[in-house]
Design a protein. Structure first.
Length: 299
């Protein structure tokens, strides 16, 4: 009786195991589903004052989800702006400072015309005309020298502001990086940091992945490699939770060029194969597929 019971139990278990595979083990390769995961890290140091991220949350691309305290950066930027303003205030007003010389030149030119008229009527000597010409020449040289000096002074002061503006741009860049911006549209898988924690540059904040398109990483043997090509459509089967299987469409988009030993958790059509080739099949996820779920492929 015990032997009969044992035989019945073995047959029952074998039947259940076969029912869990597609077509009684009729598959060409198996593998597990994975996704391209991105770990979002901090680009600034300081206290996290905002972090609207929770595991399982769907985030949009370029969505601002958090902020790191920027108080000290803001104060430093304010100080630099004040320094720039102080330097600019020292710049000379060239037009104002040259206005008096322009008036003198204008008056000298008027006087020159008057003397020229007097010389023509023999009411003034040519020496007076020479004197006013010399005076005009001196005024023009003085005007050119003053303008050159004021221009050099202004340019020098403007040059002093360039390093300050560069520092302001650096501070602004740090302020911009204090905003935590989500890089892709996807689902938050893991949250590493919390509100009010102090973070640093490069410290992981959360992990996100686009689960709308999953990758089934499977393995084939050398005999199958010749009949497998990029862009090939395949059938993908996963357990439906009711003892049956759910069928999905997939497309091979990557085939490894190097052979490797068969992973212990993976089966191929020929389980005795020692060396296999990895392939990646992209499958549109309707929400059913999960990371780490097993799948079977039928070419």
């Amino acid at each position: 009786m015990k032997s009969k019971f044992l035989i019945v139990a073995v047959i029952t278990i074998s039947t259940l195991m076969l029912s869990c595979s597609s077509g009684n083990g009729d598959f060409d390769a198996t593998g597990t589903f994975e996704s391209e995961e991105i770990i979002v890290s901090s680009e600034a140091s300081g206290k996290i004052i905002k972090l609207d991220v929770e595991e399982g949350m769907l985030l949009k691309k370029d969505q601002v989800v958090g902020l790191i305290d920027t108080t000290q950066l803001y104060l430093k930027k304010k100080q630099l702006l004040a320094s720039v303003k102080a330097v600019i205030s020292k710049q000379p007003d060239i037009n104002t400072q040259l206005a008096s010389l322009e008036k003198q030149i204008e008056a000298a030119q008027t006087e020159k015309k008057r003397i020229e008229n007097l010389v023509l009527s023999d009411a003034a000597s040519t020496k007076q005309l020479d004197d006013i010409n010399n005076q005009l020449e001196v005024l023009h040289k003085q005007y050119a020298a003053t303008k050159s000096s004021l221009t050099i002074t202004k340019q020098s002061l403007q040059s002093e502001t360039l390093p300050l503006y560069a520092q302001i741009e650096q501070i602004q860049d740090q302020i911009n990086k204090s905003k935590i911006t989500n890089p892709i549209e996807g689902t938050v898988l893991t949250k590493y940091s919390k509100l009010e924690e102090v973070t640093g540059v490069g410290k992981a904040l959360y992990k996100i992945a686009d689960l709308s398109l999953m990758t089934l990483r499977a393995y084939i043997n050398g005999d199958q490699l010749g009949s497998t090509k990029l862009g090939q459509n395949v059938k993908v089967f996963v357990d439906n939770g009711s003892g049956g299987q759910k069928e999905l469409n997939g497309e091979i988009y990557w085939i490894s060029s190097k052979a490797e030993f068969t992973p212990k958790t993976i089966q191929t059509k020929d389980e005795r194969a020692n060396l296999v080739y990895a392939i990646k099949v992209k499958v549109i996820n309707d929400g059913y597929l999960k990371i780490g779920m097993y799948g079977e492929i039928k070419f």
